[in-house]
Design a protein around this ligand. Structure first.
Ligand code: THU
Length: 159
C-alpha cells in the first residue's frame, strides 16, 4: 500500500488586497448576477472570465423547470468565451453569488461539473486559470483549478 498526501493551498484576500484588474473582474462577476435567471433556487450567480487579451466575458446561471437542464454561471461564461473568442486563453475566472440584494458571506464554491469544465479549459489552452471566488468575508484565490480538483480526469488519461 502506498499513500499519497495531496496538499491544497488557497488564499483568502480582502478585496482591497487584490490588483485593480482582479477587482475589476470580481466586480464584473458581481454585476453579472443581474443576468441570472434563477426562479427556482433564487440563488443568483455571476461569473466573469478574463481572456489573455484583457477582454472580460460574463455569464450567469440559467435555470429551467427541468432542473438539470439549467446551467451554472461558470460554465455559461466559459462556454461563451470559447464560442466567441476561441483563440483567446482564459487566464482568470471570478465568481460571485447573492440571495436577493445581499452577496454571500462565504466565497461561492463552484460545483464539481464546473470544476471539471474549468480543468478542460486549462487543458485546451495549456494556461492555468486564476480563480477568484467572492464572498463578503473575503475572496478565495486558487492558482489554477488543480488545488480545487485534485486527481482530475484529463484527456491524457484516455491515451
Ligand atoms: N450555481 C452556479 O451557477 N454556480 C455555482 O458555483 C453554484 C451553483 C447555480 C446553479 C443553480 O442555478 C443555483 O446556483 C443553485 O444551485
Amino acid at each position: 500500500m502506498k499513500e499519497y498526501k495531496i496538499e491544497t493551498v488557497v488564499r483568502i484576500y480582502e478585496l482591497a488586497e487584490l490588483s485593480e484588474e482582479e477587482r475589476e473582474l470580481v466586480e464584473a462577476a458581481m454585476m453579472a448576477t443581474n443576468g441570472s435567471y434563477a426562479p427556482y433556487s433564487k440563488f443568483l450567480v455571476g461569473a466573469a472570465a478574463r481572456l489573455q487579451d484583457g477582454t472580460i466575458v460574463t455569464g450567469a446561471n440559467q435555470e429551467n423547470a427541468a432542473y438539470p437542464s439549467g446551467l451554472c454561471a461558470e460554465r455559461t461564461a466559459l462556454f461563451a468565451a470559447g464560442a466567441h473568442h476561441p483563440d483567446q486563453p482564459v487566464v482568470a475566472l471570478a465568481v460571485a453569488a447573492r440571495k436577493g440584494r445581499q452577496f454571500m458571506a462565504r466565497p461561492i464554491s463552484p460545483c464539481g461539473a464546473c470544476r471539471q469544465v474549468i480543468s478542460g479549459v486549462e487543458e485546451r489552452y495549456g494556461v492555468p486559470i486564476r480563480i477568484l471566488l467572492y464572498g463578503t468575508e473575503g475572496v478565495l484565490v486558487s492558482e489554477g483549478i488543480k488545488p480545487l480538483l485534485p486527481l482530475c480526469f484529463v484527456d491524457e488519461d484516455m491515451r
